[in-house]
Design a protein around this ligand. Structure first.
Ligand code: MEV
Length: 323
């Protein structure tokens, strides 16, 4: 049975919405080319407040439409010809860290603008959020935006049962399904090195189009498919092993970084498995702690110079904040 996710109701400005961050467990980059991905929403929230204004501004910046491509794309696609809006965004997600700050901002803003223009169902909110991100970045998959819109664990082009929605672009279609949360604690750690998702996606796309690329994509596909199945069954040793294998593949397509490798090395004694998460080339790592060694893992990552978070997946997707 298809899950019924609550729609975004029709309301008038001023409005506020919040959306979680996200963390990719398996399949980043390959998902852009139609392979499976597994991600979950993390309880690091972004809140977006929108009021009518005299000029459209983001966090008091009247030039934001020029230099923030997400803000520009959202207004262009879903607010064209309407009165200016004053937007304020507050986030607990570090920017350009691979933890979904742009997807959360996009989904929160899309939720508010959609609510103020008559409301939408959740599948439409997911499609709209993807269109904003894709317009802003020029490349990419709907993995991030669908995860922050749905909340919980989400498989793209993988998993069992009916899709909760399908996202379309001229080059691909991606089916999005729920996966049960195995209830594990995860640790993520930001390296402090910001990076551009679009640049990393283009570099990996070039690598996958070169000799040996289709074999690599096939291996990404296998790892993510088995990874989704292992999470579904709660098979920790298999998940840990596949995290390590996924990292080897990401290294091979050139998106690891010496700082990330140093963090993965530091994590080893307290982690069952670990890899980079998100676009890589900087950004963050995700680790599955050895049970009972969560604090030690956090300490090790902090000592190695990262900003670690103990995270639990959250069921809360992007939602209007009412009342
Ligand atoms: C970025 O969080 C994930 C990538 O796979 C890009 C995308 O899916 O749009 C690298």
């Amino acid at each position: 049975m298809t899950e019924e996710l609550p729609p975004v109701p029709s309301r008038n400005l001023p409005l506020s919405a919040r959306a979680p961050g996200k963390c990719i467990v398996f399949g980043e980059h390959a998902v852009v080319h139609g392979a499976p991905e597994l991600a979950f929403a993390v309880d690091l929230m972004t809140q977006v407040f929108v009021t009518p204004g005299s000029v459209s501004r983001l966090n008091a910046d009247a030039g934001a439409e020029m230099h923030n491509p997400y803000f520009r794309a959202a207004l262009e696609l879903f607010w064209k010809g309407r009165p200016p809006v004053e937007v304020r965004a507050i986030s607990r997600v570090p920017r350009a860290a691979g933890l979904g700050s742009s997807a959360a901002f996009t989904a929160g803003l899309a939720a508010v603008l959609s609510s103020a223009t008559g409301g939408v169902d959740r599948a439409t909110l997911a499609q709209r959020s993807f269109e904003v991100e894709r317009t802003a970045q020029g490349v990419g998959s709907p993995g991030d935006t669908s995860t922050v819109v749905a909340g919980g664990f989400v498989a793209v082009n993988g998993g069992r049962g009916e899709p909760i929605w399908t996202i379309a672009a001229p080059d691909h279609r991606w089916e999005v399904r729920r996966v049960d949360d195995p209830g594990w604690v995860w640790v993520i750690a930001y390296s402090g090195i910001p990076r551009s998702t679009a640049d990393a996606v283009r570099a990996v796309s070039a690598r996958l189009a070169a000799a040996g690329g289709s074999e690599l994509l096939e291996e990404f596909r296998r790892v993510a498919t088995e990874g989704i199945d292992a999470v579904d069954r709660g098979d920790r040793p298999k998940v840990a092993m596949l995290l390590e294998r996924n990292q080897e593949l990401l290294r091979e397509v050139g998106v690891s970084h010496p700082r990330l490798e140093a963090l993965l090395e530091a994590a080893k004694p307290a982690a069952e498995g670990a890899k980079l998460t998100g676009a890589g080339a900087g950004g963050s790592v995700i680790a599955l702690p050895v049970p009972g060694k969560e604090t030690e893992l956090v300490r090790r990552l902090a000592r190695a110079g990262a900003l670690p978070f103990v995270v639990r997946p959250t069921r809360d997707g992007a939602t209007l904040v009412e009342g």
